[in-house]
Design a protein around this ligand. Structure first.
Ligand SMILES: [Zn+2]
Length: 454
């Protein structure tokens, strides 16, 4: 049996019954939280963290991660629109990725997420050319929890732009289905940490028949789905061209429900929100990406008011460019306040839940994960508060969200095991990533026929 005791820390639980515990302790045995509160009985453990200079949160949950894009960070100019960004840069790069470059991109992304205290994530758009089994293997070895979305498509387009997809990313739907089935039987549910989902490319890249097939398999197997949706105005033009809206379209195809996570949702209308709310469908909000690509400000407060489960995501290396959820939290707070001209629109507690409990709900694991509470799985994020930007420390949660970054993370525990301990990531080989990332990115750029833009 392994045990961990975190003592005398400021704890933000994401649990409405007891959101804050000052000078609180958490005692963990194996993979579960056994005790939490001001007066825990257990006084010793195999590993003890002195919480004097620490704030403790549930492990953060990133509901939109491109593992293939860690290696693309900074490679794409910052003055192109989404369509150009995809067609002329991101897709040529991803269409030239091979298994070895993907290996380093995956490890780099996992390293950054663990380093910034993310415990769980939803991975999108895993293409056959990336070496799907190796991707899942790397995620498993990192110790994180993840729903991994196998890409599927049968039209090489995007929204109402046909034939737009790069040749290297086109995948036969029968192959995608086969790879999904193989991965599902090998990995799904492994150690309560790995789940295999579908990641349909986008509306405009998947036929109605294929959407129906996906929905049927998901229902039979209890799997999940993640897909980009209503990110830019072009997406809505595609739906209105078909006389429908994103929500109505997906409902008709049976593509709504628990463990359906639609990403961005910037241009959803209220009717769509009601469809998502009534079916338990989730939206992953990615504010940095929406800002950088000029996509718009997602109506988060309106979605929440309508009862939609809104979780948080970072998106990828060329659109954010970091995988740090603490920075994302600040942006949600600021954007919602300024876009509604109302400082009361949203608060730190709501946004903390978006980055934890709502994420767990989106992944369908909220019974075990997403809160610090007795009996829950031990997924725990610990941050340093002994730094200038954290003082005075009377309201550490507010300080962390408005003034901190993920780099303040000192320890991350997932399933009762340390993935980061005393500032050092334990489960991804940092040196290997640093040694290869620059060289592999340069190789990828030249292979794609692209040039340095600066
Ligand atoms: Zn994305």
């Amino acid at each position: 049996m392994t045990s961990v005791l975190i003592k005398n820390a400021f704890i933000a639980t994401a649990d409405d019954e007891q959101p804050i515990i000052r000078e609180g302790s958490i005692y963990v045995e194996d993979d579960r939280i056994v005790e939490i509160g001001k007066n825990v009985k257990s006084k010793s453990a195999e590993f003890v963290i002195d919480g004097k200079d620490r704030i403790v949160l549930p492990g953060l949950i990133n509901t939109h991660v491109h593992l293939a894009q860690g290696i693309l960070r900074g490679l794409v100019p910052d003055n192109v629109t989404l369509i150009e960004w995809l067609r002329d840069w991101v897709w040529p790069l991803q269409g030239n990725l091979d298994e070895n470059i993907m290996d380093i991109s995956t490890k780099l992304t996992l390293l950054e997420m663990i380093n910034t205290c993310t415990s769980s994530f939803v991975a999108t758009s895993i293409n056959a050319r990336y070496g799907v089994n190796r991707v899942v293997e790397n995620v498993y070895r990192s110790g994180m929890r993840a729903a991994i979305g196998k890409q599927i498509m049968d039209i090489p387009g995007y929204a109402d732009h046909p034939q737009m997809l790069h040749q290297g990313l086109i995948e036969d739907p029968q192959l995608s289905l086969k790879l999904f089935n193989d991965l599902f039987s090998k990995w799904n549910g492994k150690d309560d940490r790995i789940w295999i989902w579908f990641s349909p490319r986008t509306p405009g890249a998947v036929s109605d028949d294929l959407f129906r097939t996906i929905a049927q398999i998901v229902k039979e197997k209890g799997s999940g789905v993640t897909m980009h949706l209503a990110e830019v105005r072009d997406d809505i033009r595609y739906f209105s061209g078909r006389g429908t809206t994103p929500g109505k379209f997906l409902k008709e195809l049976g593509m709504v429900g628990r463990k359906y996570v639609y990403v961005h949702g910037v241009w959803l209308n209220e009717e769509d929100m009601k469809i998502f709310a009534s079916t338990g469908t989730s939206v992953s909000h990615n504010p940095s990406s929406n800002c950088k690509l000029g996509s718009g400000i997602a109506p988060v407060t309106k979605m929440l008011k309508n009862g939609v489960n809104v979780a948080l995501g970072t998106d990828g290396g060329p659109s954010n460019d970091d995988y740090d959820l603490i920075r994302e939290m600040k942006l949600v707070l600021l954007l919602q306040k300024v876009s509604t001209l109302d400082p009361q629109a949203i608060d730190v507690f709501t946004v903390l839940k978006m980055a934890t409990y709502n994420g767990a709900k989106a992944m369908g694991i909220e019974k075990d994960v997403g809160m610090l509470k007795k009996g829950m799985k031990a997924d725990i994020a610990v941050f340093n508060t002994r730094a200038p930007h954290m003082f005075p420390r009377l309201q550490p949660l507010s300080n962390l969200m408005y003034s901190g970054t993920g780099n303040d993370c000192t320890d991350l525990i997932v399933d009762g095991k340390f993935l980061k301990k005393e500032g050092k990531v334990l489960t991804v080989d940092e040196e290997e990533v640093y040694e290869k990332a620059d060289e592999y990115a340069a190789e990828l750029l030249s292979r794609s026929g692209l040039k340095y833009w600066m």
